[in-house]
Ligand binder design. Structure first.
Ligand code: FE2
Length: 269
């Protein structure tokens, strides 16, 4: 079990340069646990031209990858599980990988590329048996055009159940100048990355490439303190609640008891 995480703000260096002769270099910001997640990590990586950090791999954790700089390609397997495909990515594009999904990234460009990665798991709770998505790729063209016309314009991007979450939710918020939200507490973990303009939260002004992680149960407010619109990308991590887990365990115990009773009756006959 890692350390219990508090709300944090990180300003991502973009472009992030490589040091020395390295071809791939991660810069780690967050590693720990929250009320909803046994593990949650966040890092930014620099990837040299022509390089890949590792061969395609798979793991139990789920991941979100967001491109910050350059034009890397994500390398993912097709649904036939045999062939792979490369998808060219631009800054602002992002991808979700479920657990067990084979993937890597490479940089076919001429300059160092940057991307950030969120990775999480929750092994202390039984994983959801059915998941809703294999993977998702979101292109920034789909949301960059949104112009805020009224208070708190929210554009949903996706929402579905995953192996470790009752709900992974993503939306874009556009805030008009001087608008915001009062302090409140969410029961889910929130990760925000500012894409345009300036927002004020947790006592600080945050500009593009600024990230905010607010674990479940921690109070936060939001304000656009500037004279220009602000836009930020929001990921919500809704945990597999105790009640859901409890109901599943009770159902399993009932099934075992039914089978045992049937077996006893069968033996007696
Ligand atoms: Fe990975």
């Amino acid at each position: 079990m890692g350390v219990k995480l508090d709300a944090t703000i990180h300003r991502l260096p973009v472009p992030l340069k490589l040091s020395g002769e390295k071809i791939w270099e991660p810069l780690h910001f967050i590693s720990g646990r929250t009320k909803n997640l046994d593990s949650f990590t966040f890092h930014e990586s620099a990837l040299a031209a022509g390089a890949s950090p590792h061969p395609p791999h798979r793991h139990d954790d789920e991941e979100l990858l967001l491109v910050l700089f350059g034009n890397p390609e994500i390398v993912i397997h097709k649904s036939d599980n045999k062939n792979q495909e490369e998808v060219s990515m631009s800054p602002g594009d992002f991808a979700y990988y479920p657990d067990g999904f084979r993937h890597t990234i490479r940089n076919p460009g001429a300059e160092t590329a940057n991307y950030m990665m969120l990775r999480w798991g929750c092994r202390s709770l039984r994983p959801n048996r059915r998941i809703d998505k294999q993977h998702i790729i979101v292109k920034s063209d789909a949301y960059r055009k949104e112009v805020p016309t009224h208070f708190g314009t929210i554009s949903p991007v996706f929402e579905f159940r995953t192996r470790w979450l009752s709900k992974l939710h993503c939306h874009i918020t556009n805030l008009l100048p001087r608008e915001g939200y009062n302090p409140h507490i969410d029961e889910h973990d929130v990760f925000i990355i500012v894409q345009e303009g300036r927002i004020h939260t947790l006592g600080e002004d945050i500009d593009p490439y600024g990230s905010i992680h607010i674990p479940a149960g921690q109070s936060h407010a939001m304000l656009n303190p500037s004279d220009s619109p602000a836009r930020y990308l929001v990921f919500e991590f809704h945990g597999n609640s105790f009640s859901r887990h409890f109901i599943r365990v009770i159902a399993d115990i009932r099934n075992i008891m039914r089978k045992t009773v049937r077996r006893v009756i069968h033996i007696q006959i």
